[in-house]
Design a binder for this molecule. Structure first.
Ligand code: ADP
Length: 220
């Protein structure tokens, strides 16, 4: 099933003279792990911003399932359609692990006790044991912090998970653990997981590898 579709998508930055994403078309499917690779400046982050609904393509269409993003409430799409994992984890340092995972659910209006149950389940799913749920992020390793960020993104229930260099700050062992989790989320939960990476070993673990070069996207 197609989760997210790009159709002839181009993007030029305001004031720019040429598009940095050129006529990109691709159908991302549910249940698969994708890697997007390419040299620095080739347009990967810009592409990810459009998939995330943070930037709107100048030309072309992005479609979630059957819904064109042009016809969707973009705030809702960003809350419920996609979730994003960043290289820098982006956890709030003054909230505990559990509070970090609960916060977006509370902002969505999910009652606190329900959010806590979901957070605990998601944290256990990514291998963060209960004794660590009340710690602050600084008391966790980098790999554990990234797993907390994944748990946080899972709780929205979004069908599409976007990850921008999610292993960029991790050592080899934690890279493997994080990629195993992302693969499981695709294969066992049917999510569409799209990882932007410069690391060929990370790309090797994906089901499909897409390449960006000078703004042109090519698939396998
Ligand atoms: P990548 O993620 O592959 O490194 P980017 O999508 O960040 O590539 O950048 C693609 C091109 O767009 C680059 O030439 C970059 O300089 C340019 N670019 C990125 N962000 C902006 C911006 N905010 N304004 C203008 N140009 C930008």
């Amino acid at each position: 099933m197609n989760a997210l579709t790009l159709e002839n998508v181009s993007y030029t930055y305001p004031g720019g003279t040429a598009p940095v994403v050129k006529n990109a078309s691709y159908a991302f499917e549910s249940g698969k792990l994708y890697a997007v690779v390419g040299p620095s400046g080739s347009g990967k982050s810009t592409l990810l911003s459009m998939l995330a609904g943070l930037d709107v393509p100048g030309e072309g269409d992005v479609t979630l399932g059957e819904d064109n993003l042009k016809s969707l409430d973009l705030d809702k799409y960003r809350r419920e359609g996609v979730s994003i994992i960043f290289q820098a984890f982006c956890l709030l340092p003054l909230l505990t692990v559990r509070e970090n995972v609960c916060l977006p659910m509370e902002m969505q209006g999910i009652p606190e006790n329900q959010a806590r149950v979901r957070a605990a389940e998601a944290l256990v799913k990514v291998g963060i044991e209960e004794s660590k749920h009340k710690r602050f992020p600084s008391a966790l390793s980098g790999g554990e912090q990234q797993r907390v960020a994944i748990a946080r993104s899972l709780c929205s229930g979004a069908p599409v998970l976007l990850a921008d260099e999610p292993t960029g700050n991790l050592d080899g062992e934690n890279t493997r653990i994080v990629m195993d989790i992302l693969r499981r989320l695709a294969h066992e939960e049917g999510r569409c997981v799209i990882v932007v990476t410069h690391d060929p070993e990370v790309a090797d673990t994906a089901d499909l590898v897409l390449r960006m070069k000078d703004g042109v996207l090519t698939g396998e």
